[in-house]
Ligand binder design. Structure first.
Ligand code: ADP
Length: 204
């Protein structure tokens, strides 16, 4: 409502109230939109573990859905996504879709100058699956490897890379709901690999 009505004011009075007023209206609109996204993300975060039924989830199908959802971003970045043969895991499909989409979306968003390459790997390790999402993007310096999983933590300005800083916090909560762990390894400038485990035998 705040954004819509300010937009109406902007349309009706643009250029008539002076530069300061135009700037204020633009800031109200972008602030209201950010608040909208933050509330959405906070809601999503709070709902992890409370919605959807656990069932066998085909991770290959999840990856195909993510690639379809992110097609516009892939096309813009010229991104190529490859994967190992992905397993069926016990889990909540909507949560696993969000997990893969957050990690792959970030791999495309935080790209460098090279054409984007993302690889989703997996191997069985005892009674869990160990997944990895590897990219060739801007990388993350070691001092931030833990911090980026915190709510609202971001390392860049919103103008350069848009976002609310909730994606990895939501991802971590999803992985923990599936009795797993998530962490990152990276070299600044030469890409990042996000690793996560999911219990292979017992549903969340
Ligand atoms: P958002 O994407 O909204 O900024 P996230 O919680 O998904 O929030 O990520 C937090 C921060 O971690 C990002 O702002 C970015 O600085 C860093 N980050 C996440 N994924 C990557 C990646 N694949 N490559 C480089 N930096 C990343």
């Amino acid at each position: 409502t705040v954004a819509t009505y300010t937009q109406r004011l902007q349309k009706l009075h643009h250029g008539q109230l002076g530069e300061v007023a135009d700037d204020c209206m633009a800031r109200v609109i972008s602030g209201a939109r950010l608040m909208d996204r933050l509330i959405d993300d906070l809601y999503t975060y709070s709902r992890v573990g409370r919605q959807g039924k656990a069932a066998p989830v085909n991770c290959a199908g999840v990856l195909a859905a993510v690639c379809a959802n992110l097609k516009a971003a892939f096309d813009e970045a010229g991104a190529v996504v490859s994967s190992d043969s992905l397993p069926i895991v016990p889990g909540v499909e909507t949560e696993l879709l969000r997990l893969f989409q957050n990690l792959i979306g970030n791999a495309v968003k935080f790209r460098g100058d090279r054409p984007v390459q993302v690889h989703v790997g997996v191997r069985r390790q005892g009674d869990e699956w160990l997944f990895s999402v590897r990219d060739n993007g801007i990388g993350i310096a070691p001092q931030y490897w833990k911090r980026i999983f915190g709510i609202g933590e971001r390392l860049h300005s919103k103008t350069k890379y848009p976002g609310t800083g909730f994606g990895l916090a939501i991802s971590q909560k999803i992985v923990e709901h599936h009795r797993g762990r998530i962490w990152v390894e990276s070299e600044s400038g030469s890409g990042s690999t996000f690793h996560f485990t999911l219990a292979a035998t017992s549903p969340p």
